[in-house]
Each structure stands twice: as structure tokens, then as C-alpha cells.
Ligand binder design. Structure first.
Ligand code: GDP
Ligand code: GDP
Length: 436
């Protein structure tokens, strides 16, 4: 996925309602696994076979009526930097406000593709009122009622042709790692420690140049790409302390990566921004390595301290807990090469294929001993397990007489058993019950 659509606008115009409506188009197709939806700000939209990511920029800022111009300014500036298309939402009931004018001015100067969305047009008699938004100087407004869905098809028909062509071809088959994390976690420092001066920057051939920057790492028998976020790319005009800034910047890198190295600042632990980034990694089903950086600043490093630190991280990221954690220091270079080794092993785990016979030899006796609970007196029989070939993450199918009765807790139990028996650390996994 390489297109990002950002929703901007002042509070209460309906941004989050629009976000929900747009991302619902996809939920029908791919259901979210339980427990993975931590944030409501980032999701996918699918329309007529095209897919793109949607971000509700309002979801990451305090949503109050008396929002400052400065805050809106930063919110819109990040969207301008990161998004391909911007949906500028206004409210037909309240008409144009000063804050709308303020946002419009920034957007006009940006030269970005902007769609003015006149929301809360709940019935057609309100559509004439929407004409006034033409006065914002950003083209014809599109009318929408995010609550009822009126106008959403037309809006999507308008958005899709504005997207960049899909860039499906990969440079090559080398692994791609993204280093992501909150500002000051040490992303630039660790990439500098790896790459130093002999930086060989590769831009995606078919993609547009500003999309993602790939830095090839070709040393010590390894060959892969780092996908840059903050590191090599110029630090932005937008101040780094904006809460969702690192999250917005991480989206593309995560989408283009195989494995993400989530840099956590040891002196701060896991905070909301880390969780937001983690959630994007999970939604995209990417491999994960947590790198606890600035380990040199931690005074007490007994085995007990380390265990406590690890447990605290796994608790915050639960229910997904099977991922490697590396304690490192980009400054002293302690264990930074371990990060690469671990990322490569996660890459292998993500591609791991279990031969069907081995899989069934292990799973069928286990299922026999611990069958799924009977529901309404009906017994579920799982007859055969197979792994789907050629998938992004290990995907298993359970062939059963009554697949609809196999529930999430049982699937989690089987997932844990698979993880105990084979090396799947750091990779997401999918298990689907199917009718035999
Ligand atoms: P945000 O602050 O821009 O994210 O706005 P919200 O999505 O939270 O919506 C603010 C309020 O407007 C909520 O009470 C919504 O239910 C309401 N709202 C959103 N879209 C519509 C709409 O299309 N019609 C009407 N009548 N109300 C809406
Ligand atoms: P980024 O914003 O995530 O790219 O973070 P930077 O790499 O720019 O690092 C932010 C600050 O933390 C800089 O002052 C670095 O020198 C410092 N820093 C980064 N890694 C370490 C580390 O492992 N130990 C210590 N003590 N400082 C670090």
C-alpha cells in the first residue's frame, strides 16, 4: 500500500465519523483480529479494487473546541508533508469559520491535492448550503453525510483517480527493515552507527522520489535495506514534538517494510506514541523487533532488572507477546549488530513454511487431546491442518466440520502451541477455520 489519505479540519466537523465510514469499507473484507485495534486513527479503505491508508489527524490531538491555530497549523503541516491526498472537512451546519479560513490558507499554499468535504449534509435540502465552501478557494466541495453515508460513494469515486499508481514491483527480493519510534528514541543514531559515511541511498525506481528512501546495508555477509523514516531524510520544518508526528512519518516506512525495528527509549519506557506505532505495525502484519535503546543510561542492569523490563514491554503490547527484545546502545554500539541479526531471523520466521505432514503430526494429536469446546451440544472436529503457500505472514487453515464454532480463545491456544513448537518469534500469524 503506498497511498496515504489524511483527514484534516477543526474539531467536531466529523473527521472521526468520516474515518470510521471510510475504513468500514475494508472491515467487511478482512476482519480485524481481536485485540489488534488499539488506535482508531489509522486504517485502510478499499473502493473499486483500490486500497489506500487513511489517517484521522484529529485522532492524535486534544479534541476541544478552543484548539489553537498553532496546533491546527502543525496538524495540517504534517498531513501536507506525509499524505498524498488531503480531505479537508468542513461543517455545513456551522458554515465557514475563522479556523476553516485559516486551514484553507495553509492548504492553498501547499499545492497538495485537496478535497473539500462538506459534511453533515444529512438531506438534499442542505446541499445548496454547501456551495459557500467553494469560497475557500480549494475547488468544488463534495457533500457528505458521514452519519448516513449519503455522498460517500461519489466522494470515493472522486478520491481514487487522485491516487498515485500502485507501485507493486519491488526493487528486488532483499529484506526491508524499517527503524521506527518516537522522536529522540535514537533512530538516526542507530542508522548512522550501522551505515556511517558509506551511505548508499537507493530510491524506489517505479515510485515517486519522496516516497521512501532505501539504504542498502551490504556488510559482514548481510545484504538488506533500511527504509528510512527520520534518520536520513531531512529533519522536517514541523516541530518534532508534535505528538503524532513520528506516527505519521512511520506509516509509509512500515507499509513498505518486512520487519520493523521499534526503537524504545530505555529512560522512558513504552508510551502512547510507541503504542500507536506498534498498532500500525500490527495492522500491516509486519515482523517486529523491539530495540530498547540508550541502555547505557540505565544504572541497574541485573538479570532481574532486565526480566522486569522485558515483562513490562510485553505486558503493554499484549496479546502479541512473542517478539524479540534487544537491549542496545546506539551511542556505545553495544549490541547494535544483534539488532540486525534478530531482524533477519524475524524475516526468516515470517517466511517459515512447515511441511504439511509435520504440521498434522503435531497438531492433530494435540487437537485430539484438547478439542475445541462443544457448542450447543455440537462437537467440532478438526480433520486436517495446512499452511497456505506464498503468504505475507504464516497462515494456517483448520479444516473442520463446524468451522463457525471455533472461537478466538481456541485459535489463540493453537497459535501459542505453534509458536512453542516452531520458531515464529516476531512474526504475526493467522489461523482460519474452514469447512472441509
Ligand atoms: P471530529 O472532531 O472532527 O473528529 O468530529 P466527530 O467525528 O467526532 O463528530 C463530531 C460530532 O458531529 C459528533 O457528534 C458526530 O456524531 C457529528 N457528526 C459527524 N458527522 C455527521 C453528519 O454527517 N451528520 C450529522 N448530523 N452529524 C454528524
Ligand atoms: P531520533 O529522533 O529517533 O532519530 O533520535 P536521535 O538518533 O536523533 O537521538 C536523539 C538523542 O538521543 C541524541 O542526542 C542522541 O545522541 C541520543 N542518543 C541516541 N542513542 C543513544 C544511546 O544509545 N545512548 C545515549 N546515551 N544517547 C543516545
Amino acid at each position: 500500500m503506498s497511498n496515504l489519505v489524511a483527514i484534516v479540519g477543526r474539531p467536531n466537523v466529523g473527521k472521526s465519523t468520516i474515518f470510521n465510514r471510510l475504513t468500514q469499507t475494508r472491515h467487511a473484507i478482512i476482519s480485524e483480529e481481536a485485540g489488534t485495534t488499539r488506535d482508531r486513527q489509522y486504517g485502510y479503505c478499499e473502493w473499486n479494487g483500490r486500497e489506500f491508508s487513511v489517517v484521522d489527524t484529529g485522532g492524535w490531538v486534544v479534541n476541544s473546541e478552543d484548539v489553537f491555530e498553532e496546533e491546527i497549523n502543525r496538524q495540517v503541516s504534517v498531513a501536507i508533508e506525509e499524505a498524498d491526498v488531503i480531505l479537508f472537512v468542513v461543517d455545513v451546519v456551522s458554515g465557514i469559520t475563522d479556523l476553516d479560513q485559516f486551514v484553507a490558507k495553509i492548504l492553498r499554499k501547499s499545492g497538495k491535492k485537496v478535497v473539500v468535504v462538506a459534511n453533515k449534509v444529512d438531506n438534499y435540502s442542505l446541499q445548496y448550503q454547501a456551495a459557500e465552501f467553494y469560497g475557500l478557494g480549494l475547488g468544488d466541495p463534495y457533500i457528505l453525510s458521514a452519519v448516513s453515508g449519503l455522498g460517500s460513494g461519489d466522494l470515493l469515486d472522486h478520491i481514487v483517480p487522485m491516487l498515485k499508481p500502485e507501485n507493486v514491483e519491488r526493487l528486488d527480493d532483499l529484506p526491508r527493515f524499517a527503524v521506527v519510534g518516537r522522536p529522540n528514541a535514537g533512530k538516526s543514531s542507530i542508522i548512522n552507527a550501522f551505515i556511517g559515511e558509506d551511505r548508499h541511498i537507493v530510491t524506489d525506481v517505479a515510485g515517486t522520489t519522496r516516497d521512501s528512501i532505501y539504504v542498502r546495508y551490504n556488510k559482514f555477509g548481510h545484504d538488506f535495506y533500511f527504509i528510512d523514516t527520520a534518520g536520513i531524510r531531512k529533519k522536517s520544518k514541523v516541530s518534532e514534538d508534535v505528538e503524532y508526528y513520528s506516527v505519521m512519518r512511520a506509516i509509509r516506512a512500515i507499509e513498505n517494510a518486512d520487519v520493523c525495528v521499534l526503537m524504545v527509549d530505555a529512560t522512558r519506557g513504552i508510551e502512547s506514541q510507541d503504542l500507536n506505532i506498534f498498532s500500525i505495525i500490527q495492522k500491516n502484519r509486519k515482523g517486529l523487533v523491539v530495540c530498547v535503546n540508550k541502555w547505557d543510561l540505565v544504572p541497574s542492569k541485573t538479570a532481574k532488572d532486565i526480566k522486569a523490563f522485558e515483562n513490562a514491554i510485553r505486558e503493554r503490547l499484549a496479546p502479541f507477546t512473542d517478539f524479540p527484545i534487544v537491549f542496545a546502545s546506539a551511542l556505545t554500539k553495544q549490541r547494535i549488530y544483534k539488532v540486525i541479526e534478530v531482524a533477519l531471523s524475524v524475516y526468516e520466521n515470517k517466511k517459515r513454511r512447515i511441511p504439511t505432514s509435520q504440521l498434522n503430526d503435531f497438531m492433530l494429536p494435540l487437537i485430539e487431546n484438547f478439542p475445541p469446546p462443544a457448542i450447543k451440544g455440537k462437537y467440532v472436529k478438526i480433520k486436517f491442518v495446512s499452511q497456505v503457500p506464498e503468504t505475507q505472514v504464516p497462515t494456517f487453515i483448520l479444516y473442520a466440520n463446524l468451522p463457525q464454532y471455533i472461537k478466538a480463545p481456541y485459535l489463540r491456544f493453537l497459535e501459542n502451541k505453534l509458536r512453542e513448537n516452531w520458531e515464529f518469534s516476531g512474526t504475526p500469524m493467522l489461523i482460519f477455520p474452514r469447512q472441509k
